[in-house]
Ligand binder design. Structure first.
Ligand code: GLN
Length: 257
């Protein structure tokens, strides 16, 4: 009971939704594997990887994990949350699988195991589209850079703040980050290039990417470290099958040009 209460407060703290599952469906339950529902955490909104369209949660991550689950014969339940809450929720036993355009990093590998990579990404520097003064990191001296908590962009910004002399604003979701630059509160932001390109193309945002890509990284599907070899194997097998059958390309083509 105490444990349940602790989990419930964590649910509240992380702003998780849909916690109305019956007891036997919670992550870490000892229920028969056949009936087990794996809880998957994704970002609140991270188009084209996860977003709501006509009331439905869609996107590359959503379609991919649904297709993998179908291919491998397991059940899933998808939860949306702040990106920075995904790994902590896995550690608390509330999630079995973490996605959300999650980049494979050495730091994260200390707590999670990643599947084979499923998408090549990397962080871009982004400014307002009428900004003529910032064309690279070297123009950021005394400027304000907004980043999203817990992301590769945020750690890149942290590591380089001294060298380039900017200050950092932290927000918890991408939409707020874009807004801080379009409304002039911040001068620049750091976001994964597939996400910012998609947002500019579809959202009509008055933003543009500048300079070289700041990082190059791959997205992977994560499970809690050393505890989920069987699940990780299913995910990798499913991913390989989808690549072979053409389903993977079909999903990509649904969301990308
Ligand atoms: N790919 C980045 C990371 O893993 C950003 C992910 C996100 O904002 N959802 O940190």
């Amino acid at each position: 009971m105490k444990k349940n209460m602790a989990l419930l407060s964590l649910v509240a703290a992380l702003g998780l939704t849909a916690c109305d599952k019956p007891e036997n469906q919670t992550a870490g339950s000892t229920a028969d594997a056949e009936n087990k529902v794996y809880n998957v955490g994704v970002d609140n909104t991270y188009p084209p990887f996860e977003f709501t369209q006509e009331g439905q949660l869609v996107g590359i991550d959503v379609d991919l994990i649904n297709a993998i689950a179908k291919d491998q014969g397991f059940n899933i339940n998808i939860e949306q949350m702040d990106f920075s809450g995904i790994i902590p929720a896995m550690q608390a036993g509330m999630l079995d699988i973490g996605m959300g355009g999650m980049s494979i990093t050495d730091k994260r590998k200390e707590t999670v195991d990643f599947s084979d990579p499923y998408f090549a990404a990397g962080v871009s520097l982004v400014v307002a589209d009428d900004n003529q003064n910032i064309t690279s990191l070297s123009d950021l001296s005394d400027k304000k850079v907004v980043v999203k908590n817990g992301t590769v962009g945020a750690s890149f910004a942290d590591k380089n703040t001294e060298e380039y002399g900017y200050s950092i604003i932290q927000v918890s979701d991408s939409a707020s980050m874009f807004q801080e630059v379009t409304n002039g509160t911040a001068d620049a932001l750091m976001e994964d290039y597939p996400v910012i390109s998609y947002a500019i193309a579809t959202g009509g945002l008055e933003l543009k990417t500048v300079g070289e890509r700041l990082t190059g990284d791959d997205y992977g599907i994560s499970v809690l470290k050393d505890k989920n070899d069987e699940l990780l194997n299913m995910i990798n097998d499913g991913l390989a099958n989808l690549k072979e059958s053409g389903e993977y390309d079909k999903i990509m083509n649904t969301y990308l040009d």
